[in-house]
Design a protein around this ligand. Structure first.
Ligand SMILES: O=C(O)CCC(=O)C(=O)O
Ligand SMILES: [Fe+2]
Length: 221
């Protein structure tokens, strides 16, 4: 049943290089406002898993996984993507102020990077990314996929989902993308990354360390 409704209402990008789906109106403006207020109350400078420290200059907010609005969002994302919530890293919010950006990067951990073991050994690599635009900057802030020659303009409530793993089961380098600099205004997004195995730990990109847990079918918070 989940599979029958997977990506219902979403549009697949025509490029065969990356499995990428988009859907306007995934969140309504009221829901976006609640999440933006939450981000504003909790944001701090972003960290990234590895790479140049200035690759991402936005601010990050780790959402409380126990908050009802966050749990509901988690379930809605799982239903859209057809992925069990247990595979997801905690939802994050980001705010880019004027001039801030996230330079070209992959969301997966590079297989040959010396840190790949640390980030991927327990929960596996990142598989899907789900990203929702909560507002519309006055200028800039597009999500640019270099190999797809596609730059998505932030539209409030629109979700983008892409598979970081290719049809061959390996990290797909064609997912290379950037959050272009916001040149006027600010940009708020929500990001969710899924793993190959149940999420059970910490991610530097996710901020707050989380205790390991055994798979029990129940979320321990
Ligand atoms: O801000 C964007 O448009 C892209 C964000 C992104 O790539 C990420 O959070 O991994
Ligand atoms: Fe990314």
């Amino acid at each position: 049943m989940l599979l029958a409704t997977r990506f219902a209402g979403a549009t697949r990008h025509p490029s065969p290089l990356v499995e990428l789906w988009s859907m306007p109106g995934f969140l309504d403006p009221g829901e976006c406002d609640i999440l933006m207020r939450y981000i504003d109350a909790n944001r701090r400078p972003s960290q990234i898993a590895y790479g140049a420290a200035d690759a991402r200059t936005s601010e990050t907010c780790a959402f409380d996984p126990a908050a009802p609005v966050v749990q509901l969002l988690d379930l809605r994302l799982s239903l859209l993507l057809g992925i069990a919530p247990t595979l997801g890293e905690p939802i994050q919010g980001q705010r880019y102020g004027q001039g801030q950006e996230y330079r070209l990067h992959h969301d997966y951990f590079e297989p040959h990077h010396p840190d790949a073991g640390t980030h991927a050994s327990r929960c596996g690599n990142r598989t899907w990314t789900a990203m929702i635009y909560l507002n519309e900057p006055e200028e800039g802030g597009e999500t640019h996929f270099a190999y797809l020659e596609e730059a998505f303009i932030p539209r409030q409530g629109t979700i983008l989902c892409w598979n970081n793993i290719g049809a061959d089961g390996r990290a797909n380098r064609y997912t290379l993308h950037a959050g272009r600099p916001v040149t006027r205004g600010s940009k708020y997004i929500v990001t969710k990354w899924y793993r190959e195995r149940d999420w059970a730990g910490t991610s530097p990109a996710a901020g707050a360390p989380r205790p390991a847990r055994r798979h029990s079918g129940k979320r321990r918070r």
